[in-house]
Ligand binder design. Structure first.
Ligand code: NAP
Length: 283
């Protein structure tokens, strides 16, 4: 299998590159400067020159709060950049895996979101990711295979993430205030990357959800991180309203795993087990 991974220096992209290399797949991961997704000409040049079997599009503007202040940039990178990558992949005859997010939903559901439920994004980042999904569907329009993978709450190193921030505060002896009214599922990038590669192997298309198993709040996630690290800082649960982040987030963004587990013929790893494995690798 011959892959091209955008965003290969990012949280998920770096895990995808690692996992693919471990399978002895051929991987190209152009840097941001080698292939700016906003620039169609550079996408066409780089992707056509490699003509990979599949492009895994992980590059994105992912700063959810910053996107509220920079909506045009979020749309340019996420919507237009995804359209460019998809158009270039079609020209090269490459299949596409487009990475999307649980934040396409508004969080009003009371049970896990299936892949066919209507999207209803709350903020600029989420809106730009919905626009990205629409753009890649339009650009590919059946010409190459398209798999949209929705995931959420990623951690796993390679870039400063939630686990790093919690550990930094805990190691500095600080007590933390973390929101306790948003439910989702922490997902180790290593597991997400393996699932994405397995879905490619199975030649899946359409929309699939990929995440670890179970669900929790950011506050409980932080307590688990500190507990596993043996740090005794306290974590006070606070409401999203009092925390006051610029972007609204869904209060519930648990993705349904039934179709994914059926396709992969395995259960996803419980999030606490994944976190424990990751923490042991860190130390
Ligand atoms: N993180 C999460 O919890 C989460 C949750 C749900 C879905 N997702 C989705 O998962 C995917 C990967 O997210 P992530 O958290 O791994 O991202 P990330 O760590 O923020 O990394 C983003 C990557 O995109 C690259 N990039 C940004 N702008 C670019 C541009 N104009 N041209 C080329 N490359 C560019 C960055 O390179 P530079 O650093 O060099 O700019 C970096 O390699 C994204 O589609 C994101 O929306 C993430």
């Amino acid at each position: 299998m011959d892959l091209l991974v955008t965003g290969g220096t990012g949280l998920l992209g770096s895990a995808v590159v690692r996992a693919a290399e471990e399978r002895n797949w051929k991987v190209t991961a152009p840097s941001h400067s080698e292939m700016d997704v906003v620039d169609l000409e550079s996408c066409v040049r780089v992707i056509k020159s490699k003509s990979p079997d599949c492009v895994i599009h992980c590059a994105a503007f992912t700063e959810v709060d910053k996107a509220e202040m920079e909506p045009e940039r979020a749309m340019r990178v996420n919507r237009d950049g995804s359209a460019n990558v998809a158009r270039a992949a079609v020209l090269a005859g490459s299949d596409i895996v487009h990475i999307s997010t649980d934040y396409v939903f508004d969080g009003r559901a009371k049970s896990p979101y299936g892949t066919d439920e209507p999207v209803s994004p709350l903020g600029v980042y989420a809106t730009s990711k919905v626009a990205a999904e629409t753009a890649v569907i339009e650009e590919t329009s059946g010409l190459v295979s398209l798999l949209i993978v929705r995931t959420g709450w990623l951690y796993g190193g390679g870039r400063r993430d939630f686990v790093d921030k919690v550990l930094e505060s805990g190691e500095a002896g600080e007590d933390l205030q973390i929101v306790d009214d948003q439910r989702g599922c922490p997902t180790w990038t290593c597991n997400a990357a393996e699932s994405v590669l397995d879905l490619i192997d199975l030649e899946m298309s359409g929309i699939m959800n990929v995440r670890d198993a179970g669900q929790t709040t950011w506050c409980e996630f932080a307590r688990a991180v500190l507990g596993m690290a043996g740090i005794s800082s306290t974590v006070e649960g606070v409401s999203s309203r009092s925390f006051g982040a610029p972007a609204r987030r869904p209060s519930y963004s648990v993705l349904d795993l039934a179709d994914t587990e059926l396709a992969l013929q395995r259960k996803m790893m419980p999030w606490r087990k994944a976190l424990r494995l990751y923490m042991s690798k860190r130390s």
